[in-house]
Design a protein. Structure first.
Length: 389
């Protein structure tokens, strides 16, 4: 059975690969809801994207030109647009937390230059003066220097340059939509693999069949109750690792808890005990599969983006986004094994947001402080703080 047309009874939607149909996030109603929601947030991930843009070029933000008569003028280049957002970026970063590398790079660079939240003035779009333009250019240079000389930033720069950004944006939009519908999500991550005695003999067809059954049969499995979304990435590894799958499952956090136990049950009872089972059960089980339950060791992850995540927890949401980079890396080890243009990502369709939202008004978390969301969306204010990019 092809997993591109599997029906999921729990959410009454088709399980599709990412590019099989137009992404529903392009629907005008959906897009309007997402934009409005973005206006109510201060995503840390915006800083990551800013640093990516800085590292993608060696150009300054402003050209400071002095003519023959000694008159100085400032010319804006593409990166100048982000100057007005520095105040917002600095204010978003919580104190004393472990940040994703490129966000940490921005924080370290701005702190080293003594920049604070008053570096720009809210609502001032007239452009900087000479000193402000020079400082901004110096900040960009410092970010690039650190990214080329500090080991952990060199590694982060490489890591962040080898993934499918188009696919990443679509998956991130998918997760944003889940948080639009659900106030908190229980995120369970599993690596689904094959045992050492079987891995090298598993063909692409067999692996595809196994993951198809994993997706389709879950509607009859109690462990998937209140599962509201999934992302599965296919990969092939060398050294006998063979085909394996990186799986992120999203559960309604109001209905499900205990992600460690849930991950163990899905990995052990479902993947090993049913999908890849050969014979026996319990202590006599013989199976082709094995699994790794990431939630069981979530405290060991430097950038923790699994477990229970509230819609207002921008730190965990940025960490979750950082983990997506690995899922959409350009080299999945399938070249020469799978047919050209084989899709490597499967996800469920975006859920529909309820027309009437219930419960207490949502609150956002900025620097560890929780503030109520605005009752109305002020688009100019959103643009001012860089929330519509």
């Amino acid at each position: 059975m092809n997993d591109d047309s599997l029906y999921n009874e729990n959410v009454s939607q088709l399980i599709i690969t990412q590019d099989d149909v137009p992404d529903s996030s392009t629907d005008e109603t959906t897009r309007s809801e997402l934009i409005d929601y973005q206006c109510q947030r201060f995503p840390l991930w915006d800083i990551h994207r800013f640093v990516e843009q800085v590292l993608a070029t060696d150009k300054p933000g402003f050209l400071i030109i002095t003519d023959k008569r000694g008159k100085t003028r400032i010319q804006e280049l593409p990166l100048a647009w982000y100057f007005r957002l520095l105040r917002s970026y600095i204010e978003r970063i919580p104190a004393d937390v472990k940040l994703c590398p490129l966000i940490a790079l921005f924080q370290e660079s701005s702190a080293e230059m003594g920049l604070c939240s008053e570096v720009t003035c809210a609502g001032d779009f007239t452009g900087p003066g000479i000193k402000e333009a020079e400082r901004y250019n110096a900040l960009l240079d410092l970010i690039r220097t650190k990214a080329s000389t500090v080991t952990r930033y060199i590694e982060a720069k490489t890591y962040a340059s080898t993934y499918d950004k188009r696919m990443f944006e679509r998956l991130q939009g998918y997760i944003d939509r889940l948080f639009l519908v659900y106030s908190k999500l229980l995120v369970v991550r599993l690596d689904l693999e094959y045992g050492d005695d079987f891995a090298e003999y598993i063909t692409l067809a067999q692996a595809q069949q196994d993951i198809s059954r994993f997706v389709s049969l879950r509607r009859w499995n109690k462990h998937f109750e209140h599962c509201v979304g999934l992302i599965i990435a296919r990969e092939h590894g060398d050294n006998g690792c063979g085909f394996h799958f990186h799986c992120i499952l999203f559960f309604d956090g109001q209905k499900r808890q205990q992600g460690i136990n849930l991950g163990k049950a899905i990995g052990k009872d479902y993947w090993e005990g049913r999908i890849t089972r050969i014979s026996g059960q319990g202590d006599t089980l013989i199976t082709r599969g094995r699994h790794f339950n990431c939630n069981s060791r979530q405290d060991e992850y430097r950038y923790q983006g699994i477990g229970m995540i509230s819609h207002s927890d921008e730190l965990k949401r940025s960490n979750l986004a950082y983990s997506l980079i690995y899922l959409v890396k350009e080299d999945q080890g399938l070249e020469g094994i799978a047919p050209p243009k084989t899709r490597t990502i499967t996800r469920s369709v975006l859920p529909r947001a309820p027309e009437t939202k219930r419960g207490a008004p949502r609150r956002i978390s900025i620097g560890g402080k929780r503030d109520p969301l605005p009752t109305q969306t002020d688009e100019s204010q959103c643009q001012e703080f860089g929330l519509i990019l």
